[in-house]
Write a protein that binds this ligand. Structure first.
Ligand SMILES: Cc1cc2nc3c(=O)[nH]c(=O)nc-3n(C[C@H](O)[C@H](O)[C@H](O)COP(=O)(O)OP(=O)(O)OC[C@H]3O[C@@H](n4cnc5c(N)ncnc54)[C@H](O)[C@@H]3O)c2cc1C
Ligand code: SF4
Length: 446
């Protein structure tokens, strides 16, 4: 495994107050709207900085085109993904509620029990039992051999107790496996072809100079900006290569509560509300996922005796892939990100959800809903090497094998063919396990 960044132990990350020594936005140039795209360059990638929020996709997310005439259908169904969701949840020891199977059916319980709701969540659950759930998460509800219980201190990108799953605490068996060799600070420049339909070597930059390593099977997982950049530098062309860079359109609100003391949940994000997620409206408006936080990013209330009467929410709205939002490389191999903005579909979805919030939040004693603005980023870059059933509509096939280069598998969020309303990492992990099974002949590729 070639990794561009260094291996940074968790205590080094805590001590320096940063996940990576390489700022993500220094690895590319922005053209068009200046928007941050957040990721970690370093061993473990985004498992270092992530917050560990792990909802599954909704079954409808896989059939957006058939159901609502938008975007495209995924080349894989929810039913096919279910065992791989289960496997990914078991590897990361995910905590979650049983009853969420009404939304995303599951074959077995979550490995860990659910976190504790906040007071606002409890009222929502009572009124909307089939729409409001404890948020599934990789932040431990109970201690396991690698991680202590999450203690709700709210700075999960640099968790002071290492309560969330990371590659550092969860993959020691891989790093210690004698068959695995990891070379860090090895920046892949390109893959080199040995004919029309295969790659044979990977060229990379290391302290010792430029080097090559041979490969029978090449697995590319350098994130949704740098994976397409590597293929572009390699001269592996496709009209959709690097196009469709996206993430959800997110906004924040603070709900001032009248007489309800909140903030008593057991982790940073406690509630997942599906009221505005799915339905016929998705033919015109992006679906919205309502995330109930248990923290106080706007401070506690200043009125005497009312300091906990607040609820912070984030709303993430699905976007549509726009081909003009893309990654390119110049003749020197430097990476640029072109971003023109989110789709009108996402903007309409955000407006709709904001208008309907008072109705959804009716079970709460709402004093006021304060719009806190659109968020600059959800830190969920995806979609630049989308998967699909044929070469015309996708870069990789339903097994995540490149349509043209048959010994090249792409993993990570770059393969997502649409932009559902929820965080993508659990789905990317499940897809990777599925791709590995197919490559090993343990699952059918059709
Ligand atoms: C602050 C923050 C919070 C987040 N919270 C959540 C969350 O709660 N839930 C969720 O689902 N998602 C969350 N995410 C998003 C999540 O981190 C990503 O979805 C996920 O990591 C994407 O996985 P990936 O494998 O595609 O890419 P990455 O995890 O970014 O992995 C890519 C790897 O490739 C390496 N690399 C890059 N270029 C090269 C190169 N040229 N040569 C060699 N190696 C290279 C990188 O160093 C990295 O190790 C969060 C992200 C951030 C930044
Ligand atoms: S809420 Fe606190 S303890 Fe839990 S994962 Fe985040 S930082 Fe760690």
């Amino acid at each position: 495994m070639l990794e561009r960044g260094p291996y940074r132990p968790w205590d080094a990350q805590l001590e320096s107050n940063e996940n990576s020594v390489v700022p993500s936005n220094s690895t590319f140039r922005s053209i068009g709207k200046d928007k941050p795209w957040n990721f970690t360059i370093g061993y473990g990638g985004g498992t270092n900085c992530w917050y560990g929020t792990t909802p599954r996709l909704h079954p409808s997310d896989f059939r957006l085109k058939s159901l609502y005439g938008r975007g495209r259908d995924w080349p894989v169904s929810y039913e096919e993904m279910e065992p791989y969701y289960m496997a990914a949840e078991e590897i990361m020891d995910i905590s979650g509620p049983e009853d969420i199977r009404i939304i995303s059916p599951r074959s077995r319980p979550y490995p860990q029990p659910p976190h504790k709701f906040s007071a606002a969540d409890r009222l929502m659950k009572k009124a909307q039992p089939d729409r409001h759930f404890v948020m599934p998460t990789a932040r431990a509800r109970v201690a396991n051999a690698q991680r202590p219980q999450c203690c709700a201190t709210f700075r999960c990108n640099l968790c002071p107790v290492h309560a969330k799953f990371t590659a550092l605490n969860g993959f020691r068996h891989i790093t210690e496996n004698p068959n695995v060799r990891i070379l860090t600070e090895a920046e892949v420049i390109e893959v080199e072809r040995s004919g029309a339909s295969s790659v044979s070597t990977v060229r990379f930059r290391h302290a010792s100079g430029e080097q090559r390593v041979g490969c029978d099977l090449c697995v590319l997982g350098a994130n949704a900006i740098h994976s397409p950049a590597i293929l572009l530098r390699s001269g592996i062309g496709h009209p959709l290569l690097g196009r469709g860079l996206n993430e959800q359109l997110g906004y924040a609100v603070e709900v001032l509560l009248d007489g309800l003391d909140n903030l008593d949940g057991s982790t940073i994000t406690t509630g997942a509300n599906y009221s505005l997620y799915d339905g016929a409206f998705r033919s015109e408006h992006g679906g919205a996922f309502l995330v109930f936080d248990n923290r106080f990013p706007y401070g506690v209330r200043t009125e005497i005796g009312r300091w906990r009467q607040t609820l912070a929410m984030n709303v993430t709205v699905e976007d549509e892939l726009r081909n003009e939002n893309r990654v390119s490389v110049d003749s020197s191999g430097n990476v640029a990100v072109h971003f023109q903005g989110h789709s009108a579909y996402a903007a309409r979805g955000a407006e709709r959800s904001l208008g309907l919030l008072p109705e959804v939040l009716a079970p709460l004693p709402v004093e006021k809903i304060v719009f806190k603005g659109y968020r600059p980023s959800e830190s969920h870059l995806q979609g630049t090497l989308r998967m699909g059933r044929n070469r015309a509509d996708s870069v990789v096939d339903r097994s995540q094998v490149h349509h043209g280069i048959r010994n090249l598998i792409v993993v990570g969020t770059s393969v997502l063919p649409t932009c559902p309303p929820v965080a993508p990492s659990l789905t990317a992990a499940a897809l990777s396990l599925r791709a590995a099974d197919i490559a090993a002949g343990k699952a059918p590729s059709w």
